[in-house]
Design a protein around this ligand. Sequence first.
Ligand SMILES: Nc1ncnc2c1ncn2[C@@H]1O[C@H](COP(=O)(O)OP(=O)(O)OP(=O)(O)O)[C@@H](O)[C@H]1O
Length: 267
Amino acid sequence: MKQTQTAIKIKNLFAGYNNTAIIENLNFEVLKGEVFVIIGGSGCGKSTLLKNMIGLLPPISGKIIILGENLSDASGQDRNRILQNIGVAFQSGALFGSMTVMENITLPLKEFTRLPGSVMEDIAWLKLKLVGLENSAFLMPGELSGGMKKRAALARAMALDPSIIFLDEPSAGLDPITSAELDHLVMDLASSLGITFVIVTHELASIEAISDRIIMLEKTAKGIIATGTPEQLKNYHTNPYVHNFFNRTTDLKKTVDFNRTNDKGEQ
Ligand SMILES: Nc1ncnc2c1ncn2[C@@H]1O[C@H](COP(=O)(O)OP(=O)(O)OP(=O)(O)O)[C@@H](O)[C@H]1O
């Protein structure tokens, strides 16, 4: 059963680069155990938001509260403790090609714990089993298929038993069947282990299959233009951009008209 406590709280967040905000005054909550999906067109700030949420990029202002602790203010050991609750499998954070799958998974354990080597390996075996890669531990990443690489990255993200896992475009480059298998894995992990997932994806099938709740960001709005369950967004008629995205309609004229109106700052 889903819990209703807050895993992440974003409060009045301004995020961007060199003091120029891409995202302004963002507020939302991710609940414990839910699969929370962030969507939006290219350049709307999804990666920027994710980088803020995992502590890679400091906010211009505002708060990122992870399991009750403010990541944006924390430093030293406090910050490390907060970050240990987070697992990340980013497109850019690919596996290290010169290490076996097993070595890739024990890497965070070596970095953040002082466990004996054999215990680290036991933990890695467990994670490999969870993602169905127990027979691939000693392969090099170059020997894995695209889907297996994503599973291995997920196993690495789980190495420190985080409560929250961030995935950036997990379906990118995967065929629909492999992508659906990965979706099932995420749903299994969320329901069986109670892991909270925050996922950026463009894949409509995936969004509909896995998300409990979605936020849709938009560039001109510099923030959220729609929020809700997949069902709610599919039936969302107020904003043609949202409606077209969820209904795969090609009424581009409506979308372009909406964007033009929005560019002028009209509602
Ligand atoms: N390191 C950076 N320095 C300055 N500007 C950046 C940097 N990284 C991204 N941006 C700008 O921030 C804006 C948002 O980029 P971001 O990568 O967050 O968007 P996105 O929604 O993830 O896009 P996509 O779906 O194409 O990956 C873009 O205009 C981009 O050019």
